[in-house]
Design a protein around this ligand. Structure first.
Ligand code: ADP
Ligand code: MG
Length: 233
């Protein structure tokens, strides 16, 4: 039996008096695609920051491949195959699409790998154009590609469909499924429609706690989730 790629146990994060994450556990195995959903301020990004080593948890434990990484620096996480896309896109606007990907690629990665990622993103036609002139959705895909170019074991995406229309969102859902055949993926979202479309194991966070976990059907029919999402609470 192989150890999980990521195992977060009872993670808590406090910022001064504010408890942003209050005891969240998550296990990511090879081949997993999972989704973390919750309203603004639920603690989703902070929890992701713990998974990537950006934020050290106040308490709890984080293991990569069975090894304790709690408190280790961000590059240790990156070297062990954890890649992330931030909530705000940050491509290099004056570089070409292909060069943005080359910057991100692992040393020794070749042009075949580059062509493969461009194809996956649907950006082959745009490879030599400056990234700054891409449409918003394409910039988001390019940034996903930059994380993917590092050939991670786990890719963490923080609100990859932010600002996208329905069509771009559907394409992103397909892209995430395709990425799922290469690396494990965990996606943060606040939109339940996206979660329904993706249809994977989902963790619902509210005020730093997990209030429901399971398939979309299970979490969408949960009373507490309905209260939080339909504003009944
Ligand atoms: P989400 O991504 O679910 O919207 P966040 O993890 O960004 O939620 O934020 C959870 C809570 O923690 C919010 O109340 C937010 O204001 C607070 N928070 C996040 N980052 C910091 C920080 N660096 N310092 C202080 N408070 C923070
Ligand atoms: Mg967030």
């Amino acid at each position: 039996m192989t150890a999980p790629l990521i195992e977060a146990r009872d993670i808590a994060v406090r910022f001064g008096g504010l408890v942003a994450v209050a005891g969240v556990s998550l296990t990511i195995q090879p081949g997993d695609i999972c989704c973390i959903v919750g309203p603004n301020g639920a603690g989703k990004s902070t929890f992701f920051n713990v998974l990537t080593g950006t934020v050290k948890p106040t308490s709890g434990e984080i293991r990569l491949g069975g090894e304790d990484f709690t408190g280790r620096p961000i590059h240790a996480f990156a070297r062990n195959g954890v890649a992330r896309k931030f909530q705000v896109p940050s491509v290099f606007p004056s570089l070409s699409v292909a060069d943005n990907l080359r910057v991100a690629q692992r040393r020794g990665a070749d042009e075949m790998a580059l062509a493969d990622v461009l194809d996956l993103l649907g950006l082959t036609q745009d490879a030599e154009r400056p990234a700054g002139i891409l449409a918003h959705g394409q910039k988001q895909w390019l940034e996903i590609g930059m994380a993917l170019a590092t050939e991670p074991k786990v890719l963490l995406l923080d609100e990859p469909t932010a600002g996208m229309g329905p069509e771009e969102t559907q394409r992103t859902v397909r892209l995430i499924r395709e990425i799922g055949s290469r690396s494990a993926v965990a996606v943060i979202e606040h939109d339940m429609e996206f979660v329904r479309a993706l249809g994977v194991r989902t963790l619902v966070l509210h005020q730093g706690r997990v209030i429901a976990e399971g398939s979309f059907e299970v979490v969408a029919s949960d009373e507490r989730v309905r209260d939080v999402y339909l504003g009944r609470g």
